[in-house]
Design a protein around this ligand. Structure first.
Ligand SMILES: C[S@@+](CC[C@H](N)C(=O)[O-])C[C@H]1O[C@@H](n2cnc3c(N)ncnc32)[C@H](O)[C@@H]1O
Length: 244
């Protein structure tokens, strides 16, 4: 494997999911999603689909099915391997596709950390309404300002982020009922930021003399510094189970 391939595969290697989440919190979300026999689950912006795979496995009858949609080849390949390892490859498929091009409604729709792929929070909440079958549920994971952001925090995170009460009100105003809400706690956030860096930190420790090492060390240090000094405790992440 070349250095570049090795570094690319190291990027997500330390992560179980690409969102601030723990297994206990995931269990709660799956329970609140109410996975029943034969449900059809779609995950838009699924990454490698860890939560999608867990959702489909939550139906003990083995009759739930799922599709994960993402544009990242490496993430999709990892998802297919995970599905095969768990004997879920007949039930779960991974598709390379723009999330915004997905049109088929499902009983349970997941969209976590991917509202940008659907045009941002507001546009995503509107278009996802057309993708949830009557009586179905949406698990929507999205960022919010936990505290008023500094200019630097807004520059790093980007525009269009709401405070938590506004996010809830916004969902409600678009016709969603909020069936569950919970936010990532500090340990989940710190673990997310640490695991986001972990694969490349390990790579650096293995290859301190590599020509790419100095640049990578700077890149990781900037991200760590931005997190701890600019948006830690300021940028939050909410998980909403919504119905309509
Ligand atoms: C923060 S990650 C979240 C991944 C996953 N939902 C999870 O919780 O682990 C956002 C995902 O959205 C995907 N994405 C970004 N733009 C997309 C698009 N236009 N269509 C589909 N997926 C997209 C990225 O490739 C990435 O896997």
């Amino acid at each position: 494997m070349s250095t570049v391939d090795d570094l690319t595969s190291a990027r997500y290697a330390g992560m179980r999911w690409n969102t601030p989440l723990s297994q206990t919190h995931a269990d709660l979300l799956l329970q609140r999603l109410g996975i029943t026999a034969g449900v059809r689950v779609v995950d838009l912006g699924c990454g490698w689909g860890e939560l999608l795979l867990q959702a489909v496995s939550a139906d003990a009858t083995g009759s739930a099915t799922g599709t994960g949609v993402d544009t990242d080849d490496a993430a999709l390949a990892r998802g297919r391997t995970l599905a095969a390892d768990r004997a879920l490859d007949q039930q779960v498929t991974f598709l390379k596709q723009e999330a915004s091009a997905w049109r088929e409604p499902a009983d349970r729709v997941l969209c976590i950390g991917a509202s940008h792929a659907l045009g941002g929070t507001s546009a995503a909440l509107e278009s996802l309404a057309t993708l949830v079958r009557p009586g179905g549920r949406l698990l929507f994971g999205d960022g919010f300002w936990e505290r008023p952001p500094t200019t630097e925090a807004t520059e790093i995170i980007g525009p269009g982020i709401m405070p938590f009460p506004d996010l809830i009100e916004h969902a409600r105003s678009l016709g969603w009922r909020v069936l569950h809400m919970s936010v990532a706690d500090q340990r989940e956030w710190d673990d997310f930021e640490s695991t986001w860096l972990a694969g490349r930190q390990a790579w650096l420790l293995r290859r301190p003399e590599d020509p790419q090492a100095a640049g990578l060390r700077d890149e990781l240090d900037v991200r760590l510094r931005e997190y701890v000094s600019v948006y830690r405790g300021v940028f939050g992440f909410a998980y909403l189970v919504l119905g309509r």
